[in-house]
Write a protein that binds this ligand. Structure first.
Ligand SMILES: *Cc1c(COP(=O)(O)O)cnc(C)c1O
Length: 462
């Protein structure tokens, strides 16, 4: 049954007109982009679901904050406002602004990882995986098995498999595991949440083996909403309380503020204790890579907008509307019999492209194939979360086989309406109808050594 759409807890004050290309123009554009959707111009996309990162609509309060941003090089009032918000929401002693999530990874990960070491996560996000490898270490994913089957509607499918975690630690030797990373929500598994219980169990294992636990916190607010909705004992707790409890299980966090802090640029790094040798090292790395520690690569106005956005992101009416958009779109796909990572997660709908195109093997990139078809169909830009994104084994250089072949429809925050969501569902239904006519996928004709999906060139095999 079609689910009721949760109405917006806001109204629209400024509008951004969209260009509408013809089908023939879109076919030409995607070819010119070497079948890499990252190479399309934004203006050539009617509905841009490439990512929910930095594509959010800021509120009037945030825009007013932009005007009030304090651009002092050191110690700006916007910095102090952000630090207060960070300490209040996460209850951590040290908060460091950085220019985006991967900057926090670059500053923090080499302090724990080096040649020959391992980092274990429920699932690494692509940039986090890249920074583990750049530090000389190797990333290992230990997500629960249910996550790998898009049809199993289990709660908290983003969880770490704690038995597998402990087994992996013993196998590699606890001294060789530099860091455990809990990605909340689990982006690569489909924005699937992690339960409080799982966070606690992972934290217990980390303590047992004296391994630090880092939270990759890009979608902390959406995760907290799921805990409130689905985990026993949390229905009467405020999201803010739940957030504080979640973060008590970590020792540190890296965060892309371009997601749940509803800004267009920014990131945070947090450390539980206020002062420590680690804090000094973080400040030192930050000053080399990002800028003086009171601005961390951001303008004062960015710090100000983030301080405000952190609170807007945990507003419970907003979160109900936000997750409601995913639930509405997913209900339309259920009606049409289109498979996706279910139950639907926090920041998008991850279509099961392997099921849509059973005839296309992983090394011909079914996820990417579906993304290209959706663009041709309706000017909708999405991205592959599958073997194309995963890339090659860093040691053997062979194409890795991903656990999933998804095309991700990431939904920007406060940007698209119910009619846009209907347009997306209708396009998917058309693409599915002619899915059997596509015999082959794509091959890569050029690729860089790391994070290839952003830049690679592709060509159709038929
Ligand atoms: C977006 C994201 C990152 C990287 O953040 P950027 O701001 O894009 O650099 C890291 N981890 C997760 C889970 C993310 O979603």
């Amino acid at each position: 049954m079609e689910r009721k759409y949760v109405a917006e807890p806001f109204r629209i004050k400024a509008v951004e007109p969209l260009k509408m290309l013809s089908h023939a123009e879109r076919v030409k554009k995607i070819k010119e982009a070497n079948y890499n959707l990252f190479h399309l111009r934004g203006e050539d996309c009617y509905i841009d679901l490439l990512t929910d990162s930095g594509t959010n609509a800021m509120s009037q309060t945030q825009w007013a904050g932009v005007m009030q941003g304090d651009e002092a090089y050191a110690g700006s009032s916007s910095y102090y406002k952000l630090i207060e918000a960070g300490k209040d929401i996460f209850d951590y002693g040290y908060i460091q602004p950085v220019h985006q999530g991967r900057a926090a990874e670059k500053v923090l990960l080499p302090l724990f990882l080096s040649e020959g070491m391992f980092a274990i996560s429920n699932m690494f996000f692509d940039t986090t995986r890249a920074h583990v490898i750049l530090a000389g270490a190797r990333p290992i994913d230990c997500v629960i098995e249910e996550a790998k089957n898009p049809h199993i509607r289990a709660k908290f499918k983003g969880n770490m498999d704690v038995e597998k975690l402990e087994k992996t630690i013993l196998e590699k030797g606890s001294d060789n595991v530099g860091l455990v990373v809990m990605t909340i929500t689990n982006n690569s598994a489909g924005g699937q949440p992690v339960s409080m219980k799982n966070l606690q169990e992972v934290s217990d294992i980390c303590k047992k083996y004296k391994i630090p636990l880092c939270i990759d916190a890009a979608r902390f607010a959406e995760n907290a909403h799921f805990i409130k909705r689905d985990e026993e004992g949390y229905q009467d707790k405020a999201v803010k309380e739940i957030v504080r409890e979640m973060f008590q299980y970590g020792d540190m966090f890296t965060m892309s503020a371009k997601k749940d802090a509803i800004v267009n640029m920014g990131g945070l790094l947090g450390i539980k204790e206020k002062e420590s040798p680690l804090v000094l090292k973080v400040k030192a790395n930050c000053m080399s890579y990002e800028g003086f520690f009171t601005y961390g690569g951001l303008a004062g106005r960015d710090l100000e907008a983030m301080a405000i956005g952190l609170y807007e992101g945990i507003d419970e009416n907003y979160l109900k509307y936000r997750i409601g958009q995913m639930e509405y779109l997913a209900s339309r796909l259920d009606e049409a019999g289109i498979a996706y990572q279910s139950p639907v997660g926090g920041h998008g709908v991850f279509i099961d492209a392997a099921e849509m195109y059973p005839q296309i093997p992983y090394y011909e990139y079914p996820g990417q194939t579906l993304c290209i078809e959706l663009y041709k169909e309706a000017g909708i830009r999405t991205c592959d979360i599958g073997s194309y994104m995963l890339g090659n084994d860093p040691d053997t250089n062979k194409q890795l086989k991903a656990d999933f072949e998804f095309s991700r429809l990431a939904i920007p925050r406060r940007v698209y309406t119910q009619s846009h969501l209907d347009t997306i569902a209708d396009a998917l239904i058309s693409v599915k109808k002619r899915a059997h006519t596509i015999q082959q996928g794509y091959k890569i004709t050029w690729e860089p050594p790391i994070l290839r999906h952003f830049q690679a060139h592709l060509a159709p095999l038929s």
